[in-house]
Ligand binder design. Structure first.
Ligand code: MN
Ligand code: MN
Length: 472
């Protein structure tokens, strides 16, 4: 063996037990009591990690991140290196980002280009989802290419029901879902009713209601729930499964739970921000920072989302990490100049929040310790389900033969969240600033290599690889 993790408590989706973990090369090779490295290997420097008092978890998987994502005058502030280093420090050993093809750009060309941005720069393994925007949905040649995209290890497709240029109408959504199902892929859908939001936004602006709170008031829960229902029904008509990203409210969660009760293959995701922040944050002194879509909701919605996660009608806790600096949130473009068109109202604020680093710990502190989640369920929603749903066959669990992506998590370590100090995301604020979390990763392994040691990053940019994924 090359590495033995001793005396830890293994936490998996299926159970909790004390065991040592043996690793050779990139794989887990043994799981048992008091593993002894072979004598010969010991002479050649087997690394022993003592996990006494700690949990040993599968490396966490964040299947919804936006690193160096262009958004109008802005680019999300974490690049593939800074974002994956922060992810690693927080116990996340695989991220899945997005390809966003431009009108007229073939899907496969856009995929190749996005890979050149990430390959050689990521500190942990990464995958990509393919976006099918409005232009591509209308071009049969592009829909024919979906099976080639699946073969290129990108078997999940991001579809939008909001945002002009991305948004699919009912006919497009149906056609694209049918093509995705035919190619053996999974549609993952941003469910908000774009046209309704546009009407409400225009009304608010016309009435001079331009402060950040109107971002939430013009994207009410019911329009999200409507879009979730529509996606569920069109997926059924198209013979497709469906993954709903960033479920933010009780009403949308209820639509998913009802479909699952009927046995429909619907997956649901929520994010830390919807479990911990509320619409009131948009009314505070830094309201502009908290603009994200769907918007933050009420405390009552939070309780329902926690409960739905616990009851297993939501499957995944992902971040939707999409950081913008305070300047960017206030209308200073990424190039440092004021936006040429000014920043007069909430509709111009770049949307998205950072949280790639604290997800696992937030879910431990506010989910497990607060009594919403069992330890097993915590691992299931952060590690095991994302691997299963997104076709990462060798990740998300701890068993011989699987890749040695592992987190030694100290459940007693306290940390005060402070952007730029205790966090390593490349952004000058955190939505969780000042929050004291209990439980933080001590050591992190990516494919058998220690990349975080005692809370310090010791890996390297370029270590991460593009992951092989198989759907179904
Ligand atoms: Mn979205
Ligand atoms: Mn997103």
């Amino acid at each position: 063996m090359d590495i033995v993790i001793r005396n830890g408590t293994i936490i998996t989706a299926g159970g909790i037990f004390p065991a040592d973990v043996g690793i050779v090369g990139e794989r887990i090779t043994a799981l048992g009591e008091e593993l002894r490295p072979e004598l010969g290997r010991r002479l050649h420097g087997v690394v022993e990690l003592d996990a006494t008092g700690c949990y040993v978890l599968p490396g966490a998987i964040d299947p919804h991140v936006h690193l160096q994502m262009p958004a109008g005058h802005y680019v999300s502030s974490d690049d593939f290196t800074s974002g994956t280093v922060a992810a690693a420090l927080g116990g996340t050993t695989t991220v899945i980002d997005f390809v966003e093809p431009k009108p007229g750009e073939p899907l496969l060309d856009a995929l190749a280009k996005r890979r050149t941005e990430a390959d050689g720069r990521v500190a942990v393994d990464y995958g990509l989802h393919m976006t099918v925007p409005t232009w591509h949905a209308a071009h049969p040649k592009e829909l024919d290419a979906l099976s080639e995209v699946v073969e290129a290890s990108v078997p999940s497709f991001k579809l939008y029901l909001a945002y002009e240029g991305l948004r699919l109408d009912d006919a497009q959504l149906y056609r694209v879902m049918k093509a995705i199902a035919g190619a053996g892929g999974l549609p993952i859908v941003h469910c908000e009713n774009g046209p309704i939001c546009e009407i409400l936004r225009a009304q608010a602006v016309a009435q001079g209601n331009t402060t950040p709170i109107y971002h939430a008031l013009t994207r009410p829960p019911r329009q999200e729930a409507e879009a979730v229902s529509r996606a569920i029904d069109l997926a059924a008509l198209a013979g497709s499964s469906l993954y709903v990203v960033h479920v933010s409210c009780a009403e949308a969660a209820a639509r998913i739970a009802a479909a699952r009760l009927q046995g429909e293959p619907i997956y649901g995701e929520t994010c830390p921000q919807y479990l911990t922040l509320t619409v009131d944050d948009l009314d505070g002194p830094h309201g502009e920072r908290f603009v994200c879509s769907p918007p933050l909701r009420s405390q009552a919605d939070q309780a329902v989302l926690w409960d739905t996660l616990a009851r297993r009608d939501l499957d995944v806790l992902a971040t939707d990490h999409c950081p913008f600096t305070t300047d960017e949130k206030n209308g200073i473009a990424t190039n440092g100049r004021p936006r040429p068109d000014g920043h007069a109202d909430f509709t111009a604020i770049p949307g998205g929040l950072p949280s790639i680093e604290a997800r696992l710990s937030l879910a431990h502190t506010l989910g497990v310790r607060a009594g919403w989640l069992t330890l097993e369920r915590w691992v299931e929603i952060c590690c095991t389900n994302p691997a299963r749903i997104f076709g990462l066959r060798r990740k998300g669990q701890i068993a011989p033969g699987l890749e040695a992506d592992l987190v030694i998590f100290d459940p007693d370590r306290r940390l005060t969240i402070q952007a730029g100090r205790t966090l390593h995301e490349r952004v000058d604020w955190s939505p969780y600033e000042g929050l004291v979390v209990q439980g933080w990763p001590r050591d992190v392994l990516s494919r058998g290599r220690v990349i975080v040691r005692d809370g310090e990053f010791v890996g390297e940019a370029g270590w991460g690889r593009f992951v092989l994924r198989e759907q179904g």
